[in-house]
Design a protein around this ligand. Structure first.
Ligand code: PAF
Length: 279
């Protein structure tokens, strides 16, 4: 496994064939490992799997957790090695942003709702770094977790709209044994908060059951909200339903339920595919 820390060196490294890229901010966990496994399945034994590890400062607002975001370099390299990764790219912020931030990717209207409303500027930072990493690493495919569903939708929009020559692959969320979606930020939770956080997968499951028994979008949302409200220590940010591509909530058919809630300091996100019954 090669470790490349320099932008020019990575850019000069033209893949001989297919290259699947997994972009991360490090603090790798089983969810990232799953993305690497899927990446290998996509490119096969002769293709390359590349992982970027870069805690991107431009997607954190002042006062957010950029400084204390977990950095676990040696463990991360171990996970990459174990999953047969060929290249790890980990540039410095000075090198990656040597051209400044005068030119950025505007995420459009979808970047201003839900997570975008709570974290103004976040998706501009995400799309800009993802575009830069795509240009530098030149993947034929790039894999992202469905856990950050709005991020995935925005990356797909960017790649489609700006004609990036690669395929974006969404990979289902990997969960802890009690159903909590894997996230690097779960490490911020105290033991008690970690128990409280089980309310989120419980709300997801209540919503899924409500949809399966024919409830309307409003009642599905209410079912999830009720579970969250019943658990002390959960501060619900939003429970929302959209169509699978982030259009307005459909009255029936495939839809996506999204949850954001604060438990202690961290905001945790989750989402699930649901099908709304005809009315
Ligand atoms: O999902 C993440 O870890 C980050 O937002 C990403 C896509 C690596 C961009 O910094």
């Amino acid at each position: 496994m090669r470790v490349v820390e320099n932008v020019a060196e990575m850019q000069a490294d033209v893949p001989p064939g297919d290259r699947a890229v997994v972009m991360t901010m490090g603090a790798l966990h089983a969810g990232h490992a799953e993305l690497m496994t899927r990446a290998r399945e996509i490119v096969g034994p002769t293709g390359e799997v590349a992982v970027s590890i870069f805690v991107n400062p431009t997607q954190f607002a002042p006062g957010e957790d950029y400084q204390r975001y977990p950095r676990t370099w040696e463990v991360d390299l171990g996970i990459c090695r174990e999953r047969g990764v060929d290249i790890v790219f980990s540039p410095t912020a000075e090198d990656l942003y040597s051209g400044g931030m005068d030119i950025t990717i505007d995420p459009g209207p979808l970047g201003t709702v839900l997570e975008g409303a709570v974290r103004p500027g976040h998706f501009r930072g995400v799309l800009t770094v993802v575009a830069k990493l795509m240009n530098i690493m030149r993947p034929t495919s790039a894999l992202f977790g469905e856990k950050d569903y709005q991020q995935l939708a925005l990356i797909r929009n960017m790649v489609d709209t700006l004609d990036f020559p690669l395929t974006v692959v969404g990979v289902p969320t990997v969960r802890e044994s009690d159903g909590l979606a894997m996230s690097s930020r779960n490490t911020y939770l105290s033991e008690e908060e970690r128990r409280t956080a089980a309310a989120i997968p419980a709300a997801i499951s209540a919503a899924t059951q409500a949809a399966a028994s024919g409830a309307s979008a409003g009642d599905v949302i209410a079912a999830a909200e009720e579970v969250l409200a019943a658990q002390e220590g959960v501060e619900t940010d939003y429970v929302a339903i959209t169509d699978p591509d982030f259009g307005p909530a459909p009255s029936e058919g495939p839809a996506r339920l999204l949850i954001a809630a604060k438990i202690g300091p961290p905001r945790l996100l989750d989402n699930v595919a649901i099908v709304l019954a005809p009315r």
